[in-house]
Design a protein around this ligand. Structure first.
Ligand SMILES: Cc1cc2nc3c(=O)[nH]c(=O)nc-3n(C[C@H](O)[C@H](O)[C@H](O)COP(=O)(O)O)c2cc1C
Length: 193
């Protein structure tokens, strides 16, 4: 698929074809691409928890609020590790040896994990499948950690449900049903605000 078509066609899919698994080679490509994103200082403080089958059932047992999205055969949870960034920037070529968090203009660990997540979403579209990115709420995080043995220094930034879409191409779901896309000229400031 042309890159421009991937960008244009990407939207969140919330209903998936049940019993149609994600081919292993597609999952491999998704995960390989997820590690091709940029990262501050090439820190690469990302991790990806892959849940299928019984493991995925444990996720939804923990979070029964799931709607149709729980029929997706695959879930990837991207996680950020701040420690990796703070350690990396304390190295000689960066020199932030005081590890002062005030130095960080924005949380680069979450920025980079978000970029990796977009690569996941775009690869899914390129492979002809659909995905929904959704948040894991703070109340659910302790149970999530315990259920899957996730270390305290890794923070889930959300979850990506992946599968074959059961929605028609033209279907609009979620907030875009009630909100339009902002015009480019409303968000771009050329030369000055
Ligand atoms: C950080 C973030 C969190 C989101 N959380 C949810 C969510 O919890 N549930 C959901 O259905 N959609 C969620 N979405 C999807 C957005 O609603 C969706 O991206 C937005 O409405 C634009 O629609 P589109 O992605 O289909 O173009 C989230 C998206 C982002 C980027």
């Amino acid at each position: 698929m042309e890159f421009q078509d991937v960008v244009r066609r990407r939207r969140m899919v919330r209903t998936f074809q049940p019993d149609r698994p994600v081919p292993p080679e597609v999952l491999d490509r998704i995960l390989r691409n997820a590690t091709r994103g940029p990262s501050a200082g090439f820190s690469q403080g990302q991790a990806f928890l892959v849940l299928e089958g019984e493991d995925l059932a444990r996720f939804w047992a923990m979070r029964p609020k799931g709607n149709d999205v729980s029929t997706a055969p695959l879930l990837i949870v991207p996680l950020s590790c701040k420690r990796v960034y703070v350690d990396r920037y304390a190295e000689p070529d960066k020199g932030w040896t005081d590890r002062d968090e005030a130095r960080w203009p924005v949380p680069f660990w979450h920025i980079d994990t978000g970029m990796a997540t977009l690569l996941i979403l775009q690869t899914v579209v390129d492979a002809g499948l659909g995905a929904l990115y959704f948040g894991i709420m703070p109340d659910d995080v302790p149970t999530f950690r315990e259920t899957f043995g996730v270390p305290e220094d890794h923070e889930p930034i959300g979850a990506v449900a992946i599968g074959y879409s059961a929605e028609d191409d033209g279907t609009v779901t979620g907030s875009p049903r009630t909100r339009g896309r902002r015009a480019t000229e409303d968000v771009v400031h050329r030369g000055k605000w």
